[in-house]
Design a protein around this ligand. Structure first.
Ligand code: NAD
Length: 295
């Protein structure tokens, strides 16, 4: 039986519509500041999309751009200014930073109350402790997708996350734990990855290796939430052409899984939707507003 395709694009639209409704009933539109350092082409596209979708949701977007040779002091100074600006509810530092900059130190400068990417030590610590805080966007998108596939109650499901990065793997594992899943974190040193994966009711590869997860590693009926984004050659599209794939061998896994996210169009669109949601949550927490229902 073919897997049900989890339509991340449609679900992200749904989340964005919820954000738009929430914004329309708040006393004031929340403001998201996006900081870009340098001219990385992919980052410029991401920033443009974030700015456009912030505005489409009825929020205010501020864009700050520093040159590629900006100093650590200049980046941290800009973040301090945004921290101090009472109109700014969320600050997003677009990663990666140019190589001469200290990324972790710059992230730590962000006021945890405005840290809509959920990357500061305070928010990471809150997540680990099971306390409320702002949580990373891609992992929260994964939980939303799993719930849309399997229902709101994920309690008791075995979730296997492959990857232990600070940005995706670790927070995803903690978020599924908060949903009362039994969680296993697999990584590059895991022995017999296939056997570990076959235990998963929810399998979340977040590695960056095309074809890592094959059909024989998937438990029949499982939900496969593929975080990986890999660009691979696509000679069938013409000479030198490429296409995006996830970490799973899609057709092999779709034949076994119960639910599967496509790449592109699965986890990817959820990331910005969750960023917008976090911006509203940050605004409500900072300004003492009730969180609108349905967000
Ligand atoms: P990362 O390189 O920081 O982490 C990769 C993790 O995979 C590591 O923890 C490592 O232990 C593990 N790993 C490496 N080789 C492995 C193997 N052979 N078997 C098992 N585990 C292995 O990457 P990241 O930032 O966590 O991103 C992971 C993937 O998710 C990338 O493809 C990235 O492009 C993608 N990503 C997607 C989104 C989105 O919006 N969809 C957002 C962020 C990242």
């Amino acid at each position: 039986m073919a897997a049900n395709i989890i339509d991340g694009k449609a679900i992200a639209e749904d989340v964005r519509a919820g954000v738009e409704r929430a914004v329309s009933i708040l006393p004031k539109a929340p403001t998201l500041a996006v900081v870009l350092v340098g001219d990385n082409a992919a980052s410029q596209v991401y920033v443009r999309n974030k700015v456009r979708q912030t505005e489409e949701a009825g929020m205010v977007s501020i864009r700050r751009h520093l040159p590629a040779d900006a100093t650590q002091f200049e980046v941290e100074n800009l973040i301090s200014d945004l921290n101090a600006d009472p109109d700014v509810d969320g600050i997003l530092l677009q990663l990666p930073l140019p190589r001469h900059l200290h990324e972790a130190a710059a992230i730590e400068k962000i006021d945890p109350a405005k840290d809509v990417d959920g990357l500061t030590e305070t928010n990471a610590g809150r997540l680990a402790l099971g306390k409320p805080g702002l949580v990373p966007c891609t992992p929260s998108g994964c939980v939303i997708l799993a719930k849309r596939a399997l229902g709101e109650n994920l309690s008791g499901k075995h979730c296997v996350v492959i990857g232990r990065s600070i940005l995706v793997g670790k927070p995803a594992a903690l978020l599924f734990l908060a949903e009362n899943c039994t969680v296993t974190i697999a990584h590059s040193r895991t022995t017999d990855l296939a056997a570990v994966c076959r235990q998963a009711d929810i399998l979340v590869p977040a590695v960056g290796r095309p074809g890592l997860v094959t059909g024989d590693m998937v438990k029949p009926g499982a939900a496969l939430i593929d975080v990986g984004i890999n660009r691979v050659p696509a000679p069938e599209k013409g000479k030198g052409k490429t296409r995006l794939v996830g970490d799973a061998d899609y057709s092999g896994c779709a034949a076994v899984a119960g639910h599967i996210t496509p790449v592109p169009g699965g986890v990817g669109p959820m990331t910005i939707a969750c960023l917008l949601r976090n911006t509203v949550l940050a605004a409500c927490a900072r300004r003492g507003w009730d969180v609108p229902e349905g967000l």
